[in-house]
Design a binder for this molecule. Structure first.
Ligand SMILES: Cc1cc2nc3c(=O)[nH]c(=O)nc-3n(C[C@H](O)[C@H](O)[C@H](O)COP(=O)(O)O)c2cc1C
Ligand code: SF4
Length: 707
């Protein structure tokens, strides 16, 4: 705090706010939003512009698109990306440039070609690659076309044309991107590039396509735009350069590049290290590689690795390990991270927890979302700003929020930000946080505790608005007589104790969590209940983190664990969060057995009957079963209140939020709490307000053209 009582940043962080020239452009500070998908691409230009504009407003000196293919044979349906194929794409992306420039930031476009990892279901062109090598990781069992020289020239022409229109619509930074197993990485790879012409063989030949394209783009737009290259300096396998080749490539291309944006690993599988989940990697985990790049270039260098700690970032820049702090997830979790550091508002920083739900939603769900930041992706369609909240028409009313789990906390905080100053938040346990309290104690999920940490700091910041009362259980009569005008129930959910599941739509014969040989996740984590004997079955119908994490915990406790799951593989939802291959490998290393495509028919204290996908039943010996079958909403209080006469109680509305409506992803439960807070003064807060949709609305002219 300075003598005027104003909060200021620590001088040791000043280095993060020094401008830096990148080719013909200047970054106003060292915070750079590296390319990341949103699910908006060029198809939802208003959502795209609003998402990126908010980041520019939050202080990111450069804000980039996601990957933006330059050619029609590089579509990746059903994933939605940016594109720069034609004037329509350009018009759509121009909106993003305007939004970013409005706040004095630079706009970057990640020009890209998928090559043999394209999934050209829209264009129905064949995918192309350096050689005709099939790619089992991608659907359709297809093999790519080996690019002939005409294909090479065509892709280069497309790149040149995309770069020119990018410059013309206002982009300041133009990428020639070859990270994440893209076409240019495929050419660099000695495993995938088996060509015998000038584009295959020696490193100089394998690098030729990339170098020529850089040269072309530089010649066309290099006076007006900074030229960036994104490189996985070590692909950690066949999908790109070896470390030696990667470093040598930096030397070969250095004179053509204004900005190196360095990552590690491949797009998918065990070699996917970029965007690593916090389960396996901490802040700065890519630095071992970027430091080696620093040794071979003096050009401005961006590195990534879930950077959220201002001290770490400042130290990296001061030592010139990096010149620029690249961030995808930290910018999603907190678009205002740079501004908060700049203004010394450190306690307001909402740190990314590394769960990768953003990746799952943007890549597979078509719409980005975030566990920590409920406003991500909602900037345009719901008009939500991460830092601005309108005053609620209900602000003068007393609000009672029952349940201080993730949804209840979020709702209470949003209500406070909307001007409610008499919010009572009641929690029956001594600690707040609901399921996050114990989920964050599962192996590898410690970072998830930050969901709670940030909200506790916000509770403190808004202590004048929110009164937190813990260790208090409210019955229906207590709620009715509380004196609240608005009541929010956020009572969460619990795991079924009888094995009720979505396979048989029934419980499991013999399953009863009052028995010592049947356990639920809450019993293991909250009550310390432990299985008798040594052999334990974890039955996982959910397919996300819970079954795998409990299996790991119990195996580490000394049990011999078998995971039984009806899914094709253990924890398939973790594939979307980039954890799957590494997680299964880890479980295997720990000695955990995995039985897939199988369901539990019955359990006893001696074991379980397991039914395989063909209906064959076998006995598996075990002394206990942990049931991760499905969660059920805790609706007792709601049911007790339903149908009561509210006359004379002063209560105007009773609303539910989060898992007590329907158990779901943490991100979606928090979103629900946030939504209720944002819409508490709507006509019917129970029903979400309509959101703005983007898409072509056919008019008479369209209809005529279609005839
Ligand atoms: C949701 C999401 C989408 C991403 N999409 C892209 C992309 O389109 N192009 C790209 O080069 N990298 C993409 N990445 C990788 C990021 O640019 C970045 O290299 C990586 O997430 C590590 O940075 P971080 O730790 O700051 O998230 C994506 C990452 C995330 C989380
Ligand atoms: S979804 Fe998870 S990993 Fe992605 S930005 Fe949000 S907190 Fe970070």
């Amino acid at each position: 705090m300075n003598p005027d009582g104003k909060v200021t940043r620590f001088p040791r962080h000043d280095v993060l706010f020094e401008p830096l020239a990148i080719g013909p452009k200047t970054l106003r500070n060292r915070f750079y939003q590296v390319p990341h998908c949103s699910g908006f691409g060029t198809q939802k230009p208003l959502s795209q512009a609003a998402l990126r504009g908010v980041k520019a407003e939050g202080g990111w000196a450069a804000v980039c698109t996601e990957y933006a293919p330059v050619s029609a044979d590089s579509d990746s349906m059903p994933s939605v990306s940016a594109r720069l194929w034609d004037d329509d794409d350009a018009r759509n992306l121009a909106l993003m440039c305007e939004a970013v420039h409005r706040y004095g930031s630079l706009a970057g476009v990640e020009l890209h070609h998928e090559g043999m990892i394209a999934n050209p279901r829209e264009s129905r062109w064949p995918a192309v690659g350096p050689s005709q090598i099939a790619n089992v990781a991608y659907p359709d069992g297809a093999a790519p076309k080996a690019m002939d020289i005409d294909d090479i020239r065509r892709v280069q022409r497309d790149w040149a044309s995309a770069a020119t229109s990018a410059r013309d619509i206002g982009f300041d930074i133009v990428y020639v991107q070859g990270a994440h197993s893209a076409l240019l990485a495929q050419f660099l790879s000695p495993s995938l590039n088996r060509r015998t012409d000038r584009y295959g063989g020696s490193l100089e030949n394998r690098a030729r396509l990339w170098l020529e394209t850089l040269e072309l783009v530089r010649k066309l737009v290099g006076d007006d735009c900074a030229i960036a290259a994104r490189l996985a300096v070590d692909a950690l396998g066949p999908w790109g350069a070896t470390l030696d080749d990667g470093l040598r490539f930096v030397e070969l291309a250095d004179h053509l590049v204004d900005l190196w944006d360095i990552t590690v690993g491949a797009i998918a599988g065990f070699e996917r290290l970029d965007s690593a989940a916090s389960r396996f990697f901490g802040e700065g985990y890519e630095l071992d590689w970027t430091r080696q790049v620093r040794a071979v270039t003096n050009k401005p260098l961006i590195g990534v690795g879930r950077f959220t700690n201002p001290d770490t970032m400042a130290e990296l820049v001061r030592r010139r390990d990096l010149d620029i702090i690249g961030a995808a997830r930290p910018s999603i979790a907190d678009p205002f991270l740079p501004k908060k550091i700049e203004e010394g508002r450190y306690e307001e920083i909402r740190e990314c927890i590394g769960c990768n739900i953003c990746y799952s939603r943007a890549e597979y769900g078509g719409h980005i979302g975030c566990t920590q930041n409920a406003t991500t992706g909602e900037e345009y369609r719901r008009g939500w700003h991460p830092e601005r909240f309108s005053r609620a028409r209900t602000a003068s009313k007393n609000v009672l929020v029952v349940g201080a789990g993730p949804a209840g906390l979020e709702c209470a905080i949003v209500l406070a930000k909307r001007g409610h100053d008499r919010v009572h938040l009641i929690e029956k346990h001594a600690d707040v946080g609901g399921c996050v309290r114990w989920i964050s104690r599962l192996p590898g999920l410690g970072e998830w505790r930050k969901v709670l940490d940030w909200r506790l700091l916000e509770l403190d910041r808004f202590r004048g608005n929110i009164e937190l009362i813990t260790g208090t259980t409210l019955e229906a009569a207590d709620v009715l007589s509380y004196g609240a005008e608005l009541v929010v129930l956020a009572t969460g959910s619990r795991w079924a104790g009888n094995g009720f599941n979505g396979i048989t739509f029934e419980g499991i014969a013999g399953a009863d969590d009052s028995q010592n040989f049947v356990l639920t996740p809450e019993q293991v984590m909250l009550e310390g209940k432990r299985p008798p004997g040594e052999r334990v079955i974890v039955y996982d119908c959910e397919g996300y983190f819970m079954g795998a994490s409990l299996a790991e915990l119990l195996q580490l406790d000394g049990y011999q664990v078998t995971i039984v799951t009806p899914h094709l593989e253990v924890a398939p939802l973790c594939n979307e969060t980039l954890e799957g291959p590494r997680l299964r490998h880890h479980l295997h290393e720990l000695g955990i057995e995995m039985v897939t495509t199988a369901s539990l028919s019955s359990v006893t204290e001696r074991g379980a009957r397991i039914r395989d996908q063909f209906g064959q039943e076998t006995e598996v010996a075990a002394s206990a079963a942990v049931l991760v079958t499905q969660r059920l909403s805790c609706t007792e209080l709601y049911n007790d209140l339903t149908g009561r006469d509210l006359q004379g109680t002063g209560i105007e509305g009773i609303y539910r939020t989060g898992d007590c409506v329907a158990p779901r992803l943490l991100a979606d439960a928090i979103f629900d709490g946030h939504r209720l807070g944002r819409e508490i003064d709507s006509r019917d807060p129970r029903t979400p307000l309509p959101y703005r949709r983007e898409g072509l609305v056919a008019d008479a002219a369209h209809a005529r053209r279609a005839r």
